[in-house]
Design a protein around this ligand. Structure first.
Ligand code: NAP
Length: 323
């Protein structure tokens, strides 16, 4: 259970009450990380649902009005929308406040937000490396970030007190906080998150397009590895479109490496080089074991699905999955 305490955050404003925004709202309330929570979402239906769920003290579709007086404003919209939201709230965030975000890409977010930063507002970009394939305010849960990494990418010369406050906030949500540059973040996440999602989208798309294997056979026999790709490939289309469009260079760089290694694997299969295959599969198994040992994944066979094929509970995996 994370340690409670507002750490000086009286009023917290969250823009975008989807999976991440609503999980932050739930966690901030549960762990006492802010005195007042303001929820802002452009969608009237989302606002109504947030009110029903009681996720915030105030709910509004007006971003400029909602961020007024907030000590910490967190943008939880798709990375392609962050710049427009920053522009809309420009001049309404009070001096001395902290502006942060949760975007899965950091370089483009810094470039999009910086021109709209108001006088005396400290910008501390963040990326909680946790998520699920679900979207919207009903999909969030307070323990999503528990035991997961949250990467801060403060720009050079960032206000130290603001960085410490954001760190304290994420630690309060149960995350383990690490700091790095935005460029390094985008390179690391390209290989650990973005390219794996692209591969999942691609393999599920290929299977769906096959003519010699019917759709019903793909669904029926999906337990053989394919099913795990379908979970990732069910992730939010808008969010992931934006990730690939805004982290283009790093993704293409990693995809180039991936394609070269795939070609080497194809060659090993073609020429019957079993040693090459065995060596690689031994190394990759060690990586999986390392991730489990670090507590970032469940050690249960088949992700704890059991014989029924049911999904593991969120608690079994200690929250969501790294994204
Ligand atoms: P989500 O569940 O789809 O929620 C996004 C929210 O942003 C929705 O309420 C959406 O409202 C709103 N929004 C979309 N476009 C907007 C715009 N142009 N202006 C204002 N609001 C807009 O998405 P999420 O999974 O919470 O992702 C939010 C952010 O978290 C993204 O930047 C993503 O990169 C990052 N992130 C996601 C994960 C993950 O696994 N999902 C993990 C870590 C970080 P509408 O309903 O009107 O579209």
């Amino acid at each position: 259970m994370p340690e409670a305490g507002t750490g000086g955050i009286g009023r917290l404003a969250i823009v975008g009450l989807g999976l991440i925004g609503s999980s932050i709202a739930r966690g901030a309330r549960q762990y006492g990380l802010a005195e007042t929570i303001v929820a802002i979402d452009r969608d009237a239906g989302v606002c109504a649902r947030v009110r029903e769920l009681g996720l915030a003290d105030h709910v509004t579709p007006e971003a400029a009005e909602g961020v007024a007086g907030a000590d910490l404003v967190i943008l939880c919209v798709p990375v392609g929308a962050v710049g427009a939201v920053a522009e809309a709230i420009r001049g309404h965030v009070k001096p001395g406040a902290i502006l942060s975000d949760v975007g899965s890409v950091k370089g483009s977010v810094v470039a999009a937000v910086t021109p709209h930063l108001g006088e005396g507002v400290a910008f501390v970009p963040a990326h909680p490396v946790a998520g699920t394939e679900y979207s919207g305010p009903d999909s969030g849960f307070s323990t999503l970030f528990s035991g997961r990494w949250c990467i801060l990418t403060p720009p050079e010369g960032a206000d130290g007190a603001a960085v410490a406050a954001v760190r304290h906030f994420w630690e309060g949500l149960g995350a383990i906080v690490e700091t790095m540059t935005a460029e390094h973040h985008d390179l690391v996440l390209a290989i650990t998150s973005h390219v794996p999602h692209l591969i999942a989208y691609n393999i599920v798309g290929t299977a769906a397009d096959l003519e010699t294997v019917t759709q019903s056979e793909v669904v029926k026999f999906s337990a053989g590895g394919f099913r795990d790709f379908t979970r990732i490939a069910a992730s939010d289309p808008t969010m992931w479109r934006d990730v690939f469009l805004t982290n283009k260079d790093a993704v293409l760089e990693m995809l180039g490496r991936f394609n070269e290694d795939l070609a080497a694997l194809a060659r090993a299969i073609r020429w019957g080089d079993g040693d090459a295959l065995h060596d690689l599969f031994t190394r990759t198994r060690a990586i999986r074991r390392g991730i489990v040992a670090m507590g970032q994944e469940t050690a249960e066979p088949d992700f704890g699905r059991g014989r029924t094929g049911a999904a593991p509970s969120r608690d079994a995996a200690g929250g969501g999955t790294p994204r």
